[in-house]
Design a binder for this molecule. Structure first.
Ligand SMILES: Cc1cc2nc3c(=O)[nH]c(=O)nc-3n(C[C@H](O)[C@H](O)[C@H](O)COP(=O)(O)OP(=O)(O)OC[C@H]3O[C@@H](n4cnc5c(N)ncnc54)[C@H](O)[C@@H]3O)c2cc1C
Ligand code: SF4
Length: 558
């Protein structure tokens, strides 16, 4: 096989480099940084790193092409960046669990260290080698908080609440605190951050990043080897280098952070990201370091509601979900009894949409498919609309289009359109979780599972949230412009409103003791038998039509 441009460049940089006598560190795909761990403090001449590319991992789920490109570009560029510092770089390709690539190397290089992986899937993969002391887990220095602080903030046993955790972390870290009190007199300014966006001030366009031979080679690889993966691949918006990551952060500071707060909950057809920073994909692979981001954000001269809103996401939500995932072993160990675990990685509804199974390189050593908690006992498949078939619901179609265009949409579209609709349709929580994992460039088990299973679909009940995040058309209409061009009318015939009432009615027994739902439950009772019957029939009809991949019209509704 012809040598790749990346291989040639790496070989050139390492010519004459001594590899013997070095201490070796394995750098997983989501730890591409030299600002943490041994790489941040030891003499590069004494260190070597192992980088593993793995088509097997890529094939386990039908991941978005842009996600594969992001991982590959950053891994390869990181290898070259480290080789330029004098670090020895061993780049290997494997087609199986990561341990199968690392095990033979240990014989050659001696025990290999790795910062404890954030992804449970990788931790489990490496566990046999850790037991044999061939691999040593060292602390992951990218996190801002530790397990003791989590327990101190929320207690050992669930339910856990982000607000308590965040309040404690503000005190513990001193971030946005003055003389032991929160700046501005309040810990959270969330109540102020609920404006819809009408087009003014203008939302920034995300930055483009320079192409280079390494990225272009990855582009060819995606076209040749991963062309069957879904999603649009866009080389010009692929941050693959350390300077690209810095460029994104500078763009976010200048264009997003000053207005982050007020429009945090807004959604629009005119801007995919509004004033959201798009940092998550790079934070999660550590191209950007959460601690540095927070320190800089705290010093910025911007309105406090925006500053606090942003800091709450990174210091609060991001850390909180990771602790909840770790403490429940990925939702496998839950207080009310352990849920079943799927045997193999799920395809997020690919099969129903594509009419054929996802061709993975599966073997006998694959990971399991993750926990399947299902508090509401939801059993429906994810409609093909999530894979790009038109549903006729403008909000859903628009957000899905955005996701397949770039592997990203912001928080409220994830929560109040995609997860909301999935929940209202009684979609299997595991299936929609797998879809998010597949479709988003920032998704890894530790972050996608809590956000979808706990927050988006209420599949673990009140473990992390007080109630399901659901809404009818009124919320979507108030916070977005999606309804303007929809064939349904949010005030007259939008099926989502009927789905909302049908959901409350169907799950009344489970939900009517929830004090946060007392008001909607009273409204449901006032709705009367005839309207409730209509809600139910619309739910059944829409569920059937969407499962069949139909483009729904008002005249299809009873
Ligand atoms: C159903 C659902 C699925 C989600 N799946 C993921 C996922 O797979 N990966 C992921 O990183 N986030 C996920 N989130 C959280 C959040 O939506 C994204 O982190 C955010 O939209 C990323 O865009 P941004 O960088 O523009 O964020 P911004 O709005 O600019 O926020 C700044 C940063 O805060 C962090 N953050 C904010 N909220 C959360 C949260 N709830 N959990 C973790 N970090 C958070 C992110 O690192 C983000 O980059 C999900 C949320 C929901 C409701
Ligand atoms: S009318 Fe209903 S389906 Fe159409 S965009 Fe609005 S909320 Fe969505």
């Amino acid at each position: 096989m012809a040598e790749t441009c990346f291989g040639k460049e790496l070989r050139k940089l390492q010519r004459g480099l001594k590899t013997r006598g070095r201490r070796w560190v394995y750098v997983p795909y989501d730890q591409v940084t030299d600002a943490l761990g041994p790489l941040s403090r030891e003499n590069p001449m004494n260190l070597g790193i192992v980088l593993v590319e793995n088509p097997w991992k890529a094939s386990l789920r039908p991941y978005h092409k842009q996600k594969l490109a992001l991982i590959l570009a950053n891994l390869r560029h990181f290898g070259l960046e480290q080789a330029r510092r004098g670090i020895a770089v061993l780049h290997v390709v494997t087609r199986g669990p990561y341990r199968t690539a690392l095990e033979p190397l240990v014989k050659e290089l001696g025990a290999i260290q790795v910062m404890e992986p954030a992804e449970r899937e990788l931790r489990i993969d490496l566990k046999p080698l850790v037991k044999e002391k061939a691999i040593e887990f060292i602390p992951h220095e990218g996190w801002l908080t530790n397990r003791d602080q989590f327990i101190f903030g929320v207690g050992e046993s669930p339910p856990w609440r982000m607000d308590s955790f965040y309040r404690t972390m503000r005190r513990e870290t001193g971030i946005l605190m003055k003389g032991g009190k929160p700046e501005g007199g309040r810990v959270s300014f969330d109540q102020q951050n609920r404006l819809p966006w009408k087009g003014d001030p203008p939302a920034p366009s995300p930055p483009a990043f320079p192409r280079d031979p390494i990225k272009e080679e990855i582009g060819r690889l995606i076209e040749q080897v991963f062309s069957h993966h879904p999603g649009r691949f866009d080389l010009d918006h692929l941050p693959g280098t350390a300077p690209d990551a810095q460029k994104l952060w500078e763009w976010a500071k200048k264009n997003c952070l000053p207005l982050f707060g007020p429009y945090e909950d807004a959604m629009s057809t005119r801007s995919r990201g509004l004033f959201h920073t798009r940092l998550s994909a790079l934070l999660n692979i550590h191209r950007l370091i959460p601690r540095n981001i927070l320190t800089e954000a705290e010093k910025m001269k911007i309105p406090l509601a925006s500053k606090e809103g942003f800091i709450r996401q990174v210091l609060g939500w991001r850390e909180f979900v990771r602790h909840a995932h770790f403490a429940t072993d990925g939702f496998r160990a839950l207080p009310g009894g352990n849920p079943p675990v799927a045997g193999v990685p799920g395809d997020g509804g690919y099969r129903l949409w594509a009419g054929k199974p996802w061709p993975s390189l599966r073997g006998g050593q694959d990971p399991d498919g993750g926990a399947e908690p299902n508090f509401m006992d939801c059993k429906s498949p994810l409609p093909p609309a999530y894979w790009g078939e038109k549903s006729g619901l403008a909000c859903l179609d628009r957000v899905v289009e955005d996701v397949w265009a770039e592997g990203y949409s912001h928080h409220i579209t994830r929560l109040m359109v995609l997860a909301n609709l999935g929940t209202l349709l009684d979609v299997r929580p595991r299936e929609i979780t797998d879809w998010f994992w597949i479709a988003y460039t920032d998704a890894y088990d530790w972050v996608v599972e809590p956000n979808v299973l706990a927050m988006g679909t209420f599949a673990v009940g009140e473990l992390m949230t007080t109630k399901p995040y659901i809404s009818g058309a009124a919320y979507i209409n108030r916070m977005s412009d999606f309804c303007i061009d929809c064939r349904f009318d949010p005030k007259k015939n939008c099926p989502i409103t009927h789905l909302y009432w049908a959901f409350l009615s169907r799950h009344e027994k489970l939900l009517n003791k929830n004090p946060r739902l007392a008001m909607p439950m009273r409204s449901l009772a006032k709705r009367g038998v005839e309207l409730q019957r209509k809600d139910r029939v619309i739910f059944q009809t829409l569920q059937k039509l969407l499962a069949a991949g139909k483009d729904v019209r008002p005249e299809d509704m009873p």
